[in-house]
Ligand binder design. Structure first.
Ligand code: RFL
Ligand code: PHB
Length: 389
């Protein structure tokens, strides 16, 4: 078998890249380790930046998103009983939308099937060969046999635990990592959101987040210990803890109900450099992870897709390799800015086990400066809605 671009991983990065390349007549095959249903059952991101929204439109997959999404003009931050709004619309004339990653992925799978582009599921033992030569290929096990796909390029869109990153030799690869000493316990419940905007809450008991998917589907998180297990948390225990971390006026309004999903995610900052090795490109979580506090993971994956898609179109259409040569540098310049925002919002809003009384005073002073200083709010707003590509 032969194709132009093999995409390893059928998450949002791989699917969006595939759809955009298809628009330009570039053929792709997506190799996905899991089943479509498994990928679609993962509950992840909820906030989309304008850059990602525009790419969904460019890929021709925005119809349902434009119809069903919720536009958010700002976000709220609380500390104990204080709460303030950072109004993106007033500060910088931009906004974000609420539309779940599950829905984005769903729409992209439907669009891919509609154009007849090839996706192979339950593919095992994917290996990338000769990425540093002129003629790479990918071997894998699927449908009962070992298969081989020859190609021009490989896009490693296989997430943090994928194989693409590890294909780059250790002598070339440099990794930067910070593991935070806590996780987020999240639940999804068929209840109306407690507030019209998201609330990021700093409290003496730890961080909490009130998010949503639609008018009767809420997503809530509380900071928890890394050693914690989902089984330790009954729904009642979760709701009680969440209420304790929110301002009284919000806690009183909270509508509780049975959880329909409950999971714990560890928090990590991670970047690998470079993001290109010969004809292999890393894209999305395969190359970098952010703690979810700034809602940047999926959105940063989308900016990688933007640079990679432009580079490949430039190569095939204009016979110009400038975009390919500069992919890693361009993508990483934006990645590090998203890393900084995610790291700083995580530091601002969480309780750390080793925080001294002085550290707590500094954290409080920083939140108050965000509360009362318009320049600080503008910086936050620009980063939250997404820096330009
Ligand atoms: P994914 O989504 O991990 O997809 C990778 C795909 O590759 C497959 N795969 C393989 N396929 C073939 N062979 C192999 N060897 C393979 N190994 C893996 C996997 O099965 C999978 O289908 O990476 P991608 O596409 O780069 O997308 C990244 C996003 O999923 C991620 O950044 C976001 O979900 C992060 N994130 C958030 N991002 C935001 O922008 N806004 C948010 O509000 C937000 N909230 C979140 C989040 C992530 C969370 N968790 C659970 C980590 C909230 C949470 C709780
Ligand atoms: C979510 O809705 O899952 C969500 C929203 C904002 C974040 C992280 C997660 O910063």
């Amino acid at each position: 078998m032969r194709t132009q671009v093999v995409i390893v991983g059928g998450g949002p990065s791989g699917l969006l890249l595939g759809q955009l390349l298809h628009k330009h007549g570039i053929e792709t095959v997506i190799l996905e380790r899991k089943t479509r249903d498994y990928v679609l059952a993962r509950i992840r991101a909820g906030i989309l930046e304008t850059g990602l929204v525009n790419m969904m439109r460019e890929a021709g997959v925005a119809e349902r998103m434009d119809r069903e999404c919720f536009v958010h003009h700002g976000t709220c931050i609380s500390y104990e009983n204080e709460m303030f709004d950072i109004n993106f619309q007033e500060l910088i004339g931009q906004n974000v939308i609420v539309y779940g990653q599950t829905e984005v992925t769903h729409d992209l799978y439907d669009a891919r099937a509609a154009v007849g582009a090839k996706t192979m599921f339950e593919v095992e033992n994917v290996e990338i060969h000769d990425a540093d030569r002129d003629a790479p290929c990918v071997t894998f096990h699927a449908e009962g046999s070992t298969q081989r796909l020859d190609c021009d390029f490989v896009a490693g869109c296989d997430g943090f635990h994928g194989i693409s990153r590890k294909t780059i030799p250790e002598t070339v690869r440099r990794e930067y990592e910070k593991v935070f000493p806590f996780g987020w316990l999240g639940i999804l419940s068929e209840t109306p959101p407690v507030h019209e905007e998201l609330i990021y809450a700093n409290s003496t008991r730890g961080f909490a987040l009130c998010s949503m998917r639609n008018e009767n589907l809420s997503r809530y998180y509380v900071q928890c210990d890394l050693s914690d297990k989902v089984g330790n948390w009954s729904d009642d225990a979760f709701w009680d803890e969440l209420k304790r971390r929110l301002p009284d006026a919000i806690a009183e309004k909270l509508v509780t109900g049975p959880s329909i999903e409950k999971s714990i995610a560890p928090l990590r900052s991670f970047v690998t450099e470079p993001m290109r090795w010969g004809r292999l490109f890393l894209c999305g979580d395969a190359a970098h992870i952010v703690p979810p506090t700034g809602a940047k993971g999926l959105n940063t994956a989308a900016s990688d897709v933007h640079y990679l898609y432009e580079a490949l179109v430039q190569h095939y259409r204009d016979n110009d390799s400038e975009g390919i040569e500069r992919y890693s540098e361009r993508a990483l310049a934006r990645v590090w800015k998203a890393e900084r925002f995610s790291w700083s919002t995580t530091n601002l809003l969480h309780r750390f086990p080793d925080q001294t009384p002085f550290d707590l005073k500094m954290q409080r002073a920083e939140i108050e400066s965000l509360h009362y200083n318009e320049t600080a709010q503008r910086w936050f707003a620009q980063n939250y809605v997404g820096l330009p590509y």
